[in-house]
Design a protein around this ligand. Structure first.
Ligand code: EPZ
Length: 450
């Protein structure tokens, strides 16, 4: 087993290049689920709304979090990150820019748009462009903030916004975009008067963001429903907040266990974040249920095929579409999977076919037919969740596999090889030669992420 490179001082580590997996080991035991990527990133961005020291705990040590640290530092905040505790000090003058180099690496960098507009009255955020899962516009963010008084123009690849005064308005989102809901929500906390967001996104990370903002002194009600109301306040003060556990990591680990016909408890996971997903697993014949410490899952036989369609929360999460397809490859019958959220989120399918899967793409649908077993093969991750789908397939396949381009997976999963090993998987990671450095003198951990 290759040793993970050690992190000392400001060296963060090397990006992981390949995960070798010897398939066919049944996973069992218990494993702790890390803090949620998609909550941590939003809470970090929202900390810019208050001058002073915000403390976030249970922050996952993943590549996207390190990218957001770079964004916050670029803007002028001071960030310390030790073990899972992050301190963000956004007092003093801030720059209102998220540069292309960072936004193109991670779209969630655009989550500083709302906080910067609200606090600075100005922002300049690089247009994210397309990514491996679709074109992903920001027109909804722009329209909604425009209604509140911001004016935008494009300048050499950047969206530049000016809002000397932001005024509360009723905003009806055309689609319940998470990012647009978050940017309007954060901007509205310091706007004049009352903002109401109709057709708002309802994901658990929106609820966390609203709770965090309320602890900072904001007045937000209705988060978690499709109507969120925000009464603007004069200023916000820093807060301390614990990042909740990651529902997508929990779902991914559950599928890894079930695909190997195993049994495990996911410590800290919240079953209520994954009701529709859990229901689908039960329809395949798996056991899924809340325990005192998290979620318990088990599967002893071949799953039964199920159809599902991805939808905004509380629907089936698009982020678990690829992992679920991997699990369904050997299910009895035919599953029809419809991807409604992103236009091209099926890059993993061609790789699964290399492992012997029978999956056909028809527009936005994947038709998954039973094969007796998957066979190990070298495959390539094209994006974060697709990469995890391939790992799940490889864990259940006959023989060895190699999942390449693991840097995609490291964006969102903390210590995945170690977690899988703790459940009995035979996996070995190799790291690339390029070291990643970051000036983070307070980091004293010897961990090997991002
Ligand atoms: C969030 O992305 C998540 N990212 C994604 O997680 C997740 O897949 C997605 O929500 C859907 O649940 C973070 O939370 C950091 P959206 P976001 O705005 O906010 C279109 C992962 O693997 N749209 O709800 O960007 C857009 O193109 C990921 O962790 C517009 O057309 O998602 C997409 O088709 C990747 N115009 C759909 O809406 C807009 O202005 C959903 O986007 C905004 C969005």
């Amino acid at each position: 087993m290759a040793a993970a490179p050690e992190v000392t001082g400001s060296r963060i580590g090397h990006p992981m290049s390949t995960l070798r997996i010897e398939g066919g080991h049944r996973l069992s035991g218990s494993v702790a689920v890390s803090g949620a990527k998609n909550s941590a990133l939003k809470l970090m961005a929202a900390s810019l709304l208050a001058g002073g020291r915000t403390v976030l705990t249970n922050v996952p040590r993943i590549a996207d979090v390190f990218t957001m640290i770079e964004v916050l530092r670029h803007v002028g905040a001071t960030v310390a990150f030790e073990a899972d505790v992050m301190t963000i000090d956004a007092s003093g003058e801030l720059r209102s820019e998220a540069p292309y180099e960072l936004v193109s690496r991670m779209r969630a960098s655009g989550n500083v748009l709302g906080p910067l507009l609200a606090r600075q009255g100005h922002c300049r955020v690089a247009m994210p462009g397309g990514c491996n899962i679709g074109s992903r516009g920001i027109d909804l963010h722009e329209q909604a903030l425009g209604r509140m008084g911001a004016s935008f123009h494009f300048d050499r690849g950047y969206l530049e916004g000016v809002a000397p005064v932001l005024a509360g308005k009723r905003i009806v989102l055309e689609y319940p975009s998470r990012g647009a809901t978050e940017n309007v929500l954060t901007a509205a906390t310091l706007a004049r008067g009352r903002t109401v967001i109709d057709n708002a996104a309802r994901e658990p990370d929106i609820v966390d963001l609203a709770e965090f903002l309320n602890q900072m002194g904001a007045r937000v009600t209705g988060a978690g429903t499709s109507t969120i109301a925000i009464e603007g306040v004069e200023s916000l003060t820093p807060a301390t907040y614990r990042v909740p556990s990651d529902p997508i990591e929990a779902g991914s680990l559950a599928l890894a266990v079930l695909a190997t016909r195993g049994e495990a408890e996911l410590i800290g996971a919240r079953a209520q974040d994954l009701d529709v997903f859990g229901g689908k697993l039960a329809d395949t014949g798996a056991r899924w249920g809340a325990t005192e410490r998290g979620i318990g899952v088990s599967m002893r036989r071949r799953p039964v095929a199920v159809d599902f369609a991805t939808l905004p929360y509380p629907g089936f999460p698009t982020d678990l579409q690829a992992p679920m397809i991997a699990y369904l490859c050997t299910a009895e019958g035919t599953s029809i999977v419809t991807e409604n959220v992103f236009e091209s989120r099926f890059a993993h399918v061609a790789e699964l076919v290399r492992m012997g899967a029978d999956v056909r793409l028809e527009g936005q649908q994947a038709v998954v037919r039973r094969v007796p077993r998957l066979e190990g093969a070298p495959v390539r991750a094209h994006d974060l969740r697709g990469g995890v789908g391939l790992i799940i397939a490889a864990l259940s396949a006959d023989g060895p596999s190699e999942v390449r381009e693991m840097h995609h997976v490291e964006r969102g999963y903390e210590d995945l090889p170690a977690k899988l090993r703790s459940l009995g998987a035979e996996v070995e990671a190799t790291w690339g030669d390029d070291e990643v450095w970051m000036d983070l003198p307070q980091v004293s951990t010897t961990r090997d992420t991002p």
